[in-house]
Design a protein around this ligand. Structure first.
Ligand SMILES: [Zn+2]
Length: 51
């Protein structure tokens, strides 16, 4: 899971060694502290279109 902020450079990902629960908690904390909208990304990055 990867979570990122739509309004600043904040992001948090399970690829950093965190559990999904920790990532979710960090995202909530960021929202509570800043009021920023945090979006999440479960899918791998979109593939480049070949046409
Ligand atoms: Zn933010």
């Amino acid at each position: 899971m990867h979570k990122y902020c739509l309004e600043c450079e904040w992001q948090c990902s399970t690829s950093d060694g965190r559990t999904e629960a920790e990532v979710s908690k960090q995202a909530i904390e960021h929202f509570v502290k800043t009021g920023h909208t945090v979006d999440s990304l479960r899918l791998p990055p979109p593939t480049v279109r070949l046409n």
